[in-house]
Write a protein that binds this ligand. Structure first.
Ligand code: NIG
Ligand code: FE
Length: 435
């Protein structure tokens, strides 16, 4: 480090020339982790905003975050190849979507009319539709077709600001086709700019060949699927759809206990349709994050808070199921449970935009815009155990940022139904530019 007064010229004490600078950001939401990662309670409203903010990037890393004035005194901006004036704009960390199902073939738009007629999600499934329709189509699709489908979805997610996401298997339900899905996730991670975290979800539904033999299918998951997935190093997390009529609490416990022994990190779909005491199991098994929680009871929620489980709320799902019942987000925030938000993108809930999820969370679960933004960045990074790498704009972290064509973060749920992204910077490069 040089001392400015000794070397009068600015460039003498500049450590390095950035590849890119962003300056005059009207609001630079840093999400600095001094307020916690994940954030809970009132800290979910602490965005660590810098007005007239600046960021410097070198290679794929953030090397400076501060005011534009400090940026200008630290670097000779004229030397920087890529300069972005973010006047009147909002700059945030890239969105992290911690719960999706993006790998599948086929579509389910015909279910729309069934839902309008009042058919429930489980009724559609019991009649061989829903997940089981997608399983039939995904089983018979080639790996190449699934990669192509995935890229189409990822491109649109990226253009809406998502820079990292989690995705799951679960539409194969045989060892071979579950491995095919996870191989697709691996290829997508290598070939697409979005970073992808993989989850094994063999326990997503009971395949038709195991009708009325759920315990036998659980044995297959435990004795064959998990060991193979781990041997091929295809997943980091293991998930289960724990629901009445799908996988019970005991079956879920059995699967996740085995998964943990193999080094997979547990997650669960809990209490979406019926309260099966999933929140209590989440605490017992020490799941890192659990999804849905629409019906979770208060005892279970308190246990989750004690066990530091993150609640990943998926407001797109009840919205697409035409339900008015959403997860009790305010109660969770009052209890001190860290909340993350995710799209849950799947053929029943085809939402590719975290901006849409932020809006649904604010309008239907009464999150404030600040809480919803926290839940979509630093808390969702924590749900994937990536809080030291992404989710906030801090020196040393990955340069994944969004520049929005709005002056402040309150616009995110306010200006509704359009893509507000101006630019997406991923790994230090502008890869989306909407104007
Ligand atoms: O999280 N509820 C279980 N699984 C997914 C939906 C999968 C599907 O309907 O294809 C979910 O909502
Ligand atoms: Fe899901």
């Amino acid at each position: 480090m040089f001392v400015a007064s000794t070397y009068g010229k600015k460039e003498m004490f500049t450590e390095t020339t950035p590849d890119m600078v962003i300056y005059h950001a009207n609001e630079l939401v840093t999400m600095n982790t001094i307020f916690g990662a994940p954030r809970r309670g009132v800290n979910m409203s602490e965005l660590a905003i810098i007005n007239d903010g600046g960021v410097a990037i070198k290679d794929d890393r953030i090397i400076f975050v501060g005011s534009t004035e400090e940026l200008e005194s630290k670097y000779t901006l004229g030397r920087v190849t890529k300069q972005i004036d973010a006047s009147n704009k909002l700059v945030t960390p890239g969105f992290v979507d911690p719960h999706t199902h993006i790998i599948f073939d086929g579509t389910r738009e015909h279910e729309f009319s069934l839902k309008l007629k009042g058919k429930s999600y489980l009724e559609i499934l019991q009649e061989g539709g829903g997940i089981l329709k997608t399983v039939r189509e995904t089983r018979s699709a080639s790996l190449e077709k699934l990669v192509e489908n995935g890229k189409t979805i990822l491109n649109r997610m990226l253009s809406h600001g998502t820079t990292t996401l989690e995705t799951k298997s679960g539409y194969g339900l045989t060892t071979e086709s579950e491995i095919k899905m996870l191989t697709v996730a691996k290829i997508l991670n290598q070939e697409h700019p979005i970073d992808i975290v993989s989850t094994f979800l063999g326990a997503h539904a009971i395949p038709p060949e195991y009708d009325n033999r759920t315990d036998d299918y659980v044995d297959l998951i435990i004795s064959e699927m998990i060991p193979n997935v781990v041997k091929k190093n295809l997943a980091e997390f293991c998930d289960v759809f724990c629901e009445k009529g799908i996988f019970s609490i005991d079956q879920t416990r059995k699967i996740l206990t085995t998964a943990k022994k193999y080094g997979l990190i547990p997650q669960i779909h809990i209490d979406e349709i019926i309260d099966t005491n999933g929140a209590m199991l989440a605490a017992e098994i020490k799941a890192v994050q659990v999804g849905h929680l629409i019906k979770s009871n208060s005892d279970g929620l308190r246990a989750m808070e004690d066990a530091d489980v993150i609640a990943t709320l998926l407001p797109g799902t009840p919205f697409c199921l035409m339900s008015n019942e959403y997860a009790p987000a305010r109660e969770m925030i009052d209890l001190g449970i860290p909340i993350a938000l995710a799209t849950d993108l799947n053929p029943n809930c085809w939402i590719e935009s975290m901006q849409m999820i932020i809006a649904l969370a604010c309008y239907n679960m009464h999150l404030s815009p600040a809480e919803a933004l926290t839940a979509s960045t630093i808390n969702s990074a924590s749900a994937l155990q990536r809080q030291d790498e992404i989710g906030s704009l801090e020196v040393g972290k990955k340069a994944d940022l969004i520049i929005f064509d709005v002056p402040n973060y309150n616009f995110l749920p306010y200006k509704l139904g359009v893509n507000l992204v101006s630019k997406v910077i991923k790994n230090g490069k502008v890869i989306v530019s909407n104007n």
